[in-house]
Structures are given as structure tokens and as C-alpha cells.
Design a binder for this molecule. Structure first.
Ligand SMILES: [Zn+2]
Length: 493
């Protein structure tokens, strides 16, 4: 925009511009600004547009007769272009220049394009054109070559936050940081959208915009709801997922909005998978850990499928009588056909991005086939605890743990059964941070020990280790003694 202002100041405004960029990036606003600038009555060219003179005011209130806006996406586009060609030679009625803004110019018919091209080739000196498009590649090269092109881009979340903070300071209201982030995220890179959302939220001068109000007014699902729904999907827990959806909608979340947030979130998981933890994420440190865990757990193909489903759901026209239906269907369709807990089939047979694969049931069964015991049946009381046995019950253990503590499955999926030390199952984590998180989760080890004990029909212990630090024990008896001494739950020293 600086370039445009400079050309106004230097009185070197071209006769045709092409503004390219996604919607909401300020193309039309800039075009109107240009209309003001070239017609402004301020004596000092450097001060144009002044926003105070008769012309500037007329443009601002949509009453300036020499600003003609044509929406090529509407049915009247062709007629308007014909009209343009008929009237273009008349002098401006009020200002120095007639300014034609043709929005979504790529939508013009070939006939209309040809008509436009004629006028662009020999424009009357009193005319300026601003062609705007969201799809630059559809604008014929013959048109492009006659325009000076400006590209508009979406802003980053940080840029929008900075802008909103500035606005808040100007207007003397305060925003809770979470509310600020919510609005910026909602804007999805469009400053215009973010600003109009802000308008909806400010109710009085000296207002404090709380996260709660932002959530209610914007119909935004909380980050927790989005994250939990992804967990429910990964756990194949239909009931939990629908519960999350209904609770969110019950507290004012808009169903399509929820879908859009799912798309944005799942996309970040995909990026995490593809690029690893280094990619910049717009999330807190806590959220990042959880997202990383989910990214490693989710099969890539499944993720892609999920993005598609929620995207389709977001685009579906919302029916007034069942607005939540597309969201529910998208979620349910992503679940495997069989009941969740009983069928530990992988979501999709996609290669895992990093580290070693968590023990998928397929792996477990291979091990089981080689082992002498039938691991799938409840073992006889006090049968020796083996790694194969634990592996074959791992999935069920994770599911049961999730019923007690919904955060555990994500965490446990970052680990895997590594070895057996007497009556204690050793869980190895590839990343120390997850082992730490496990150790810090109160009651987690005891809960798992209890579940495992129930599954195995004997008292069991659990301990977490860093996979890379751990050497699989040779002499089991020593560890058995150790396990007994610590009453089943052995924490790492
Ligand atoms: Zn002015």
C-alpha cells in the first residue's frame, strides 16, 4: 500500500491495477482508498486521502457517484460491463476521476473480458480501473499485461493479534489473551474478518472482553473440545466423541464452526507429522505436547481422511432443523465399523511417521503366535507375566485407562510395553518429555497397575523408563524380588 500511496503523492497513478489475494485481505478497502486518494480535494498531494474533504466523506459513506463497483460474480456482471463501455467516455460527475472497481474479475465471461480489454487498451484519461480477484491464474494474460499488479496476502496470527491489540489500545478496552487468540484464529488470516468479529464483541467503552464471552458470541469450540474430539476419534470412542460434540453445541458452539476448527487442527497434526516438532505452531507448550502425541498416533491416511470429512461437513449448507448432523456424521464415519473397544484394528494401514510403531495388535498377534501361551484368552491365575501377554492386552489397557483419565491414552500411545521385570511391566517412552509427563500424572502408574492386574489375574506393577536408557533385564528373579518389595508399583529411581 505504501507503493500506491507514493504514486498518489508523486501524481503517478497508473490507469489500471490488478489486486490479487484471498478474500478479506483488504483488496476492496484499498481500491476505495485509491478512489479517495485520486479524487481528494486536499491541496497537499502528500496528504491525500485526507478523509475529511467532501469527496473523501462521500466515498466513505458510499455516496460518491464516480466510484462504480461491479461484482463480476453476480448475474449483472455482463450487463454492468456493457454499461461501463457505454458510459465510460462521459466525464466524471463529481471528482477528477471515475474509478471502476471490478470485483472477482476472473468471473467475467469471454465477451465481457473482450469488452473490458478494449477499454483497457485505450482508456479515457479520466478513468482508473481496479480489478480485484481471488484467483489470479484465471485472469487472462492480455488483461494482466495492462495492469499494475499488487498481491495481497493473509496475515499471520501474530500480525492480527498485534493489530487487534493496537485497536484495543486505541479504543480503551481490554481483551483477555485467550479471547484475543480466539478472534485472531477465527479471522483465519483475514484482518477484515477479525475486526468485524471484534466489533461484535465490544459492548461498551472500557469493556473487558473475556474468553468466555468470545467463546459464546463467536460460537467457537474451546481448544479443549477440539483436542478431545480428536482423542475420541483416535480412541475410537464414539460415545465420548458424540458427548463432546453435544456438550459443545449445548454451550453455544456453532456446528460448522466446530467443523472448521477440526479442519484447522487436523491440518496442524498433518504438518506436525510431515515436518516434525520444529514447525511453528500457534499453541501453548502444553497443547504442543498433546498435539505431538496425537500426530504420532494418528495414521497419516486417517488424518487426511479426517480433514476431508470435516471440511465437507463445514461446507455443507446447514439445515435449520439438524444443524449438528454433518458434524456428527463426519465424526461417526471416521470410526471403524465395529464396536470400539473390542476390535483393536488400526485406523488405517499407513506408515508411521517417526520412531518405532506402537505395538499394533497385528504386531502383538505375531508375537502371540510364536509364544506358547494363548495370550488372547484370560491367562490362568498367576501365569508368568510375559511381554507378549502384555502387548496383547496393551490396547485394552489403554482404553480402560482412558475411561478413568481421558488424558492417559494420548500419553500411553507415546510409549510401548518394553519388558517385564518379574510382576512389573516396563513401559518405554522414546521421548523423555513423555516419560516425565507420565511420572507427573498422579495415580497413573497405580491405575495402570490395577488395570493390568485385573487383566492378568495377578498383582502387577508398572514403571516408566526412557527407551534409550533402558537395557532389557536378563535375570528376572532380581526384579521379581524388587517388585514385591515395592508392593507392585515400582517407580524409576
Ligand atoms: Zn480528501
Amino acid at each position: 500500500m505504501r507503493t500506491l500511496q507514493n504514486s498518489v503523492a508523486a501524481d503517478r497513478v497508473g490507469h489500471a491495477y490488478l489486486f490479487c489475494g484471498p478474500r478479506g485481505t483488504g483488496k476492496t478497502t484499498s481500491a476505495r482508498l485509491l478512489a479517495k486518494a485520486v479524487n481528494c480535494l486536499h491541496e497537499d498531494v502528500g496528504q491525500r486521502p485526507c478523509d475529511e474533504c467532501r469527496i473523501c466523506q462521500a466515498v466513505a459513506t458510499g455516496r460518491f457517484l464516480d466510484l462504480i463497483e461491479i461484482d463480476a460474480a453476480s448475474n449483472t456482471g455482463v450487463d454492468d460491463i456493457r454499461d461501463l463501455r457505454d458510459k465510460i467516455n462521459f466525464a466524471p460527475s463529481d471528482g477528477r476521476f471515475k474509478v471502476y472497481i471490478i470485483d472477482e474479475v476472473h468471473m467475467l465471461s469471454t465477451a465481457a473480458f473482450n469488452a473490458l480489454l478494449k477499454t483497457l487498451e485505450e482508456p479515457p484519461p479520466h478513468v482508473k480501473f481496479v480489478l480485484a480477484t481471488t484467483e489470479e491464474h484465471k485472469v487472462p494474460i492480455t488483461i494482466k499485461s495492462r495492469c499494475q499488479q499488487f498481491n495481497f496476502r493473509l496475515l499471520t496470527e501474530a500480525e492480527i493479534i498485534a493489530r487487534l491489540q493496537w485497536l484495543a489500545a486505541q479504543e480503551a478496552f481490554t481483551m483477555e489473551p485467550e479471547a484475543l487468540t480466539m478472534i485472531a484464529r477465527q479471522g483465519a488470516g483475514s484482518l477484515r474478518d477479525a475486526e468485524s468479529l471484534l466489533d461484535q464483541l465490544v459492548m461498551a467503552p472500557d469493556d473487558v472482553i473475556t474468553a468466555e464471552r468470545a467463546q459464546n458470541v463467536l460460537g467457537v469450540a474451546s481448544h479443549t473440545a477440539v483436542m478431545s474430539l480428536v482423542n475420541a476419534w483416535l480412541n475410537r470412542d464414539g460415545a465420548a466423541g458424540l458427548g463432546i460434540i453435544h456438550q459443545a453445541l449445548g454451550t453455544g458452539t456453532d456446528a460448522r464452526q466446530f467443523c472448521r476448527q477440526m479442519v484447522a487442527y487436523l491440518r496442524q497434526l498433518l504438518l506436525l507429522q510431515a515436518a516434525g516438532a520444529e514447525i511453528p505452531l500457534e499453541a501453548t507448550a502444553e497443547e504442543k505436547i498433546e498435539m505431538l502425541a496425537q500426530a504420532q498416533r494418528a495414521p497419516r491416511q486417517g488424518l487426511i481422511e479426517a480433514v476431508k470429512r470435516f471440511n465437507e461437513a463445514a461446507l455443507m449448507p446447514s439445515s435449520s432443523w439438524q444443524p449438528q448432523l454433518p458434524l456428527e456424521l463426519a465424526f461417526i464415519e471416521l470410526l471403524p465399523p465395529e464396536p470400539a473397544a473390542a476390535v483393536p484394528a488400526p485406523l488405517a494401514a499407513a506408515p508411521r511417521p517417526q520412531a518405532e510403531p506402537a505395538p499394533e495388535p497385528v504386531v502383538a498377534q505375531t508375537v502371540v503366535a510364536a509364544a506358547p501361551t494363548n495370550a488372547m484368552a484370560p491367562p490362568p491365575k498367576a501365569a508368568a507375566l510375559t511381554l507378549a501377554l502384555i502387548q496383547s492386552h496393551w490396547r485394552e489397557m489403554v482404553n480402560r485407562a482412558g475411561q478413568e483419565n481421558k488424558n492417559l491414552p494420548a500419553l500411553l500411545n507415546m510409549g510401548k510395553p518394553l519388558a517385564v521385570e518379574g510382576h512389573t511391566a516396563v513401559i518405554g517412552f522414546d521421548y523423555p518429555i513423555f516419560k516425565m509427563k507420565f511420572d507427573d500424572t498422579r495415580g497413573a502408574a497405580q491405575l495402570l497397575a490395577d488395570i493390568l492386574g485385573e487383566l492378568m489375574g495377578q498383582p502387577c506393577g508398572i514403571r516408566a523408563v526412557n527407551t534409550s536408557d533402558y537395557t532389557i533385564p536378563v535375570d528376572k528373579k532380581d526384579f521379581e524380588a524388587l517388585a514385591n518389595e515395592f508392593g507392585g508399583v515400582v517407580s524409576e529411581d
